[in-house]
Design a protein around this ligand. Structure first.
Ligand code: ADP
Ligand code: ZN
Length: 627
């Protein structure tokens, strides 16, 4: 959902106009009637002889040209074709004998005005269709240019000949136009300083990232953020959408990339933005058409450009994707897109902020409650909210109102939701369950002394996960103590336990939790010897490749009996962890309910907000004393 620059988007009617011109030109060429009666040019002497013979019926004089119609057709044409009309040029010196001769033979003589326009019209009739055709192809060319580069305007004939790219413009948006997304903004804000004054960084030999990957669901503002960065730094913004390469003629993509980067370097400091990187940056070797298809060539060119930076050019390349998981690893290597910035779907507070941005130029009535709109639009992206505002304004205009009212927003929201365009709509009861589930994870993580401290919890869907509880290890751990792992198990199973305690039943939402917990428990028992019954025996079912995470199947090296014992120990461990989670929830039921309410209201809670509900962390003192 990228918004194109004004210069890069020819208005839609242009398409129709161009098509109409093409059809007109073709029709003209095909249907142009042949000249009605061919006129055979003949030498003046011949013409005069025809008059003298008495075979001329009529002569019309126009300037220096005489045209005559014969009484009957005669074989005067090429290969003796029959001809009835002849024409000739009159001698410049004049011929005093012609007129008397015509009179004598009784030929009808007419004199027409010397009309040069007639000749021009005839000429135009011949050339105009070709001109139209040329214009059409020129227009197609222009369009392709713009599609590829997002830049370059009409009348760029010099560019056409030289293959140059016109200087892009500095976008008119800045960080104020990007609501929420504080983390992402902070990450790219560092680059503003650099783009404003690259020399300052160069002097010190500081390395600035040249490739930044913006990741996030469609409509979360990736394009907007890239543009805002350029606008904020006051540098030109060069953009291409990678998906468009696929539709364009072979070989154009790579050369287009080369020219785009060249132009950006010439106008540095500058931003290059590559939208929908995944469409060409997909893992190589999976596409059809062998190893040399357009996609791959273009991708290789982008890699070559990134590698080709000497560090002296102040060009920063931003690329957007909503599928970082399928990107070719070559793109993510150090020195390429090695800085990753994630844009998330906005929470309630941020939705209010986004609505505010888009309502800046729209008159709203006093009854409009942005907070209520935000509360009713969980899962909406920035682009969805922009769309909502626009729909509401249209509805208000239809009602002949001068202000947009709350009812227009309600109506617009229903329309968008019913339209089914949104992929993920959360029902209110689902939302409650989600809040309970996540609050369970959070509560248990908070109260168990060895669990990782909480960082934030959210019920905003992201990717395939519906919500998330994020814990942040205080220090990087290299060995995992048993009590830490056990608390982790309990935290993983706490979502389910909370659903059971509050709602009286569990749901399929804990699917991934159970999978994770089982894997962890299996490793604890069969690998790290953390079960008293089993003891320190390696009872892994498969060997994990230490780097690739690949499972390499191995023949089982232990007895059926041992396998059964492992299964039982794993089960016992999981049950014990679940019981621990239940106990914590039972002991702190009041706090859990508070947390659920807060989560339903704000959707995302950061550490300080969690602690406001649950109090300080009891384990903390002990932890600190221990270290
Ligand atoms: P993406 O590139 O991630 O698909 P875009 O940047 O094209 O999304 O977003 C589309 C439009 O949605 C933007 O032009 C902007 O008007 C609106 N939008 C998205 N996110 C925000 C935001 N955080 N604040 C304000 N407007 C936003
Ligand atoms: Zn869970």
């Amino acid at each position: 959902m990228s918004e194109t620059l004004p210069t890069s988007a020819p208005p839609r009617w242009m398409n129709y106009l161009a098509l109409a011109l093409l059809l007109l030109a073709l029709a003209w060429l095909i249907m142009r009637p042949p000249p009605l009666e061919p006129v055979q040019p003949v030498p003046y002497s011949h013409f005069k002889a025809l008059v003298r013979e008495g075979t001329m019926a009529e002569v019309s004089l126009r300037g220096k040209v005489a045209q005559g119609r014969l009484v009957a057709p005669r074989p005067l044409g090429p290969q003796g074709a029959l001809i009835q009309k002849v024409s000739t040029r009159l001698p410049d010196l004049g011929d005093d004998t012609l007129l008397p001769l015509l009179e004598e033979k009784g030929v009808t003589v007419s004199v027409e005005a010397d009309d040069p326009q007639g000749g021009l019209l005839a000429l135009a009739a011949v050339f105009l269709p070709w001109v139209l055709l040329f214009l059409f192809f020129y227009w197609v060319y222009q369009r392709t240019q713009r599609t590829l580069s997002g830049i370059g305007g009409a009348g760029d004939l010099k560019g056409f000949l030289e293959g140059a790219v016109k200087k892009a413009e500095v976008p008119e948006v800045n960080f104020e136009d990007v609501a929420g997304q504080d983390n992402a903004k902070r990450e790219v804000a560092e680059l503003v300083e650099y783009l404003r004054d690259p020399e300052r960084f160069r002097r010190l030999g500081a390395e600035v990232p040249k490739g930044v990957l913006l990741m996030g669901a469609p409509g979360t503002g990736k394009t907007l953020l890239a543009k805002a960065l350029a606008g904020e730094a006051g540098v030109p913004f060069y953009s291409i959408s990678a998906s468009e390469f696929i539709e364009i003629f072979v070989g154009v993509g790579a050369s287009r990339v080369r020219r785009l980067f060249k132009a950006a370097k010439e106008n540095a400091p500058a931003i290059v933005f590559i939208d929908e990187l995944d469409s060409i940056g997909r893992t190589r070797g999976t596409g059809l058409g062998g190893g040399h298809d357009e996609r791959e060539q273009t991708l290789n060119q982008i890699l070559a450009e990134l590698d080709g930076f000497t560090g002296r050019e102040a060009v920063i390349v931003l690329a957007a994707t909503n599928r970082p998981d399928i990107l070719d690893p070559a793109l993510l290597r150090p020195g390429r897109f090695d800085r990753h910035v994630t844009l998330e779907l906005p929470d309630r507070k941020d939705r209010v902020a986004i609505l505010r941005v888009h309502l800046r130029k729209i008159p709203v009535a006093g009854d409009v409650d942005l907070d209520r709109i935000a509360a009713g639009t969980p899962g909406f992206s920035g682009a969805d909210l922009k769309n909502l505002v626009n729909e509401a304004a249209i509805l208000a205009a239809r009602d002949n109102e001068f202000q947009v009212r709350m009812k227009h927003f309600d109506e617009a929201r229903d329309k968008i939701l019913l339209g089914g365009v949104r992929s993920l709509v959360i029902q209110p009861d689902e939302r409650h369950r989600l809040a309970v589930h996540e609050a369970g994870h959070t509560l248990v993580a908070h109260f168990l002394p060895h669990a990782d401290p909480l960082y934030k919890v959210t019920i905003i869907p992201r990717g395939r996960a519906l919500g998330g509880t994020h814990q942040l290890p205080e220090t990087e751990r290299h060995t995992l103590p048993e009590d830490y792992l056990f608390d982790r198990l309990a935290v993983i199973l706490a979502g389910r336990a909370a659903e059971e305690a509050v709602l009286g039943n569990v749901s399929s939402g804990a699917d991934d939790d159970i999978h994770q917990a089982t894997q962890l428990a299996r490793a604890m028992v069969g690998r790290w010897g953390m079960s008293r019954e089993i003891g320190p025996v390696d009872l892994r079912e498969s060997d994990e490749h230490p780097f690739l995470g690949l499972e390499i199947a191995q023949p089982r090296r232990y007895s059926e009996h041992a396998a059964q014992a492992v299964d039982e120990a794993v089960q016992a461990l999981l049950k014990k962890a679940e019981e621990t989670a239940r106990e914590v929830i039972r002991a702190h039921r009041g706090e859990l309910d508070q947390l659920v309410a807060a989560l339903e209201e704000k959707e995302t809670l950061v550490r300080s907000e969690i602690e406001a509900c649950l109090g300080g962390r009891p384990g903390q003192q002990a932890d600190e004393a221990a270290t």
